[in-house]
Design a protein around this ligand. Structure first.
Ligand code: GAP
Length: 523
């Protein structure tokens, strides 16, 4: 059995080998934490974005989209708090010269205690079998209790230090916990200091006339500064939402785990504007909706969990993450935040403009409160890849590598293959491809044995292979081969379109989320 680490390495290698993700500017040895999406990656990514976008703007009459510029007036970032507070605490190891996030080092230490507890539990489970009472074991086993006590004490001390922004205490925790640099193995640490994550550049041609501007670290602010534009021109009534998909940039100190933490990435964010006092009701609504959106893909309900925030940003009154079980543990894929009226109020203050909504039902004006759903496209992509990649042991000792992608997200929906390259089979296969190509992304493949061709499609997650043989010319039927079961059916050519449509139609997923209701956010 491959370890989780080995599995992750295989997924990364698979992404490259099959045209999903390449290191950026690879011929120059790449650029750290920046990646390019290849021919299959971009299709999968676009399908993810389409699934998200439509789930917002088609399912909800009161959610509209925008596409704001990446460059924004620099005061935006003063108002949002990013200039002063979008920092990570960093620490260097003097021997390896490597730089780390102090909070990440400590969180990894907390995770180590949790792993130790889990190992004890797993060992006991094996030993006691069906009669094992996990809850009792966790409450009474001395070794578990010892690890738990250390974990809780560390967690409490860490939370207090983070809340107080106490950098000296963060360093002291690292020293007291005897955390070593994974490269040098030493505890020769510098002090912890703050590091702003925004990339800066200059706009304008002359040195004195140039203005310092930032590459946006989140797309959300483009929505806030357009609140009045959209509300007025769209005659939007509260509650309503504005959705956006776009690039964001962060000069991450610890850039690791492939596309999980990148310096240039893409976000899908939706800000939902509500009446003050109603925000926690809507927070719960969006928390549930977003989890359903994830689970509808069918990667396994047990792969998701919420992580409610204990440490809230000063402007938030509730926040949770949706985490996915990656090979390197449960990790945040999406954040859902109740941001109060902080952002709109700050922009009103810094711009000097009144940013309010007149509520005709209440006959009063107010600054709306906001629920934000914010998901990284690349993290979503990674969760889908990790949740879909599998190696199957076949009879005869062969291993089949399959991407069991949700068909709605698969880059290629079907591949049409003539059994042989002669006797009119290629022509028939192309005729079938032409009948499907306007509705689905379909490939044609005539090279190598049919078995090899099936494997190539399995590896990129194509749900259907359509084989044209000599009988096809007489009976108008083809062999339809299903990716997941490898089962084969003989079906009529004219039925292909409907079979593929049913499997890849996002409507089925939307039904799982909202049932037969079209709008679920209008009052
Ligand atoms: N507007 C809120 C916001 O930006 P966040 O938790 O910092 O909140 C939201 O980011 C999501 O963006 C995360 O859940 C993650 O999916 C994605 N994300 C954040 N930083 C990222 C990075 N460096 N690389 C890839 N995705 C990232």
């Amino acid at each position: 059995m491959a370890t989780q680490e080995e599995t992750f390495k295989k997924i990364v290698a698979h992404c490259k080998e099959y045209g999903f993700v390449f290191p950026s500017s690879e011929i120059y040895d790449g650029l750290a934490a920046v990646y390019d999406y290849g021919q299959n990656g971009v299709e999968l990514k676009n399908n993810i974005k389409r699934y998200w976008w439509d789930s917002m703007t088609l399912l909800h009459q009161n959610i509209v989209g925008i596409d704001a510029a990446i460059f924004m007036h620099p005061t935006t970032w003063k108002a949002s708090g990013h200039v002063d507070a979008f920092n990570d605490p960093l620490i260097d190891n003097r021997d390896s010269k490597k730089r780390y996030r102090a909070d990440v080092l400590i969180e990894e230490q907390i995770a180590k205690y949790e792993d130790k507890i889990q190992k004890e539990v797993d060992k006991a489970k094996k030993r006691f079998g069906d009669s094992f009472d996990e809850q009792m074991f966790r409450q009474t086993n001395p070794r578990v209790l010892e690890h738990q006590q250390k974990r809780d004490a560390l967690h409490e001390r860490y939370s207090a230090a983070m809340n107080a922004n106490d950098l000296d205490e963060l360093k002291q925790i690292i020293l007291d916990e005897e955390i070593v640099c994974p490269i040098s193995g030493t505890r020769n640490w510098t002090d912890v200091r703050q590091f702003n994550l925004m990339f800066q550049t200059e706009m304008g041609s002359t040195a004195d006339g140039a203005m310092k501007i930032y590459l946006r670290p989140e797309t959300a602010q483009g929505i806030f500064v357009n609140f009045l534009n959209v509300q007025k021109t769209g005659r939007m009534k509260i509650p309503f939402g504005i959705a956006q998909i776009g690039k964001a940039f962060r000069n991450e100190i610890v850039a690791r785990q492939f596309v999980f933490r990148m310096r240039e990435f893409e976000q899908m964010e939706m800000q939902f504007f509500v009446r003050p006092g109603e925000e926690l009701k809507w927070f719960e609504h969006w928390k549930a909706f977003r989890l359903k959106w994830h689970k509808a893909l069918g990667l396994g309900d047990d792969k998701y969990r919420y992580h409610d925030h204990e440490k809230l940003a000063h402007y938030a009154n509730a926040a949770t993450d949706i985490e996915f079980q990656m090979p390197f543990g449960f990790k945040e894929v999406e954040g859902i935040h109740s941001r109060t009226n902080f952002d709109l109020s700050q922009h009103a203050k810094y711009s000097g403009k009144k940013i309010e909504y007149f509520d005709p039902e209440l006959n009063q004006s107010y600054t709306p409160f906001v629920i934000e759903t914010s998901i990284g496209v690349d993290r979503m992509f990674l969760s889908v890849m990790c949740g879909s990649y599998r190696e199957e042991q076949l009879e005869g000792g062969d291993v089949r590598v399959v991407l069991g992608l949700p068909p709605v997200l698969a880059p290629v929906k079907a591949c049409v293959m003539p059994l042989v390259k002669k006797d009119g089979l290629p022509e028939k296969a192309r005729e079938i491809l032409n009948s499907l190509k306007f509705d689905f992304k379909v490939q044609y493949d005539e090279k190598d044995s049919i078995g090899k061709r099936y494997r190539r499609q399995d590896a990129i997650g194509t749900p259907f292979c359509i084989t044209v043989d000599h009988d096809t010319l007489n009976d108008g039927c083809v062999t339809l081969r299903y990716r997941d079961t490898m089962a084969q059916d003989r079906v009529k050519i004219e039925d292909l379109h409907e079979i593929i449509r049913r499997a890849v139609d996002p409507k089925e997923l939307y039904r799982k989320i909202v049932g037969d209701r079209l709008e679920d956010t209008e009052e």
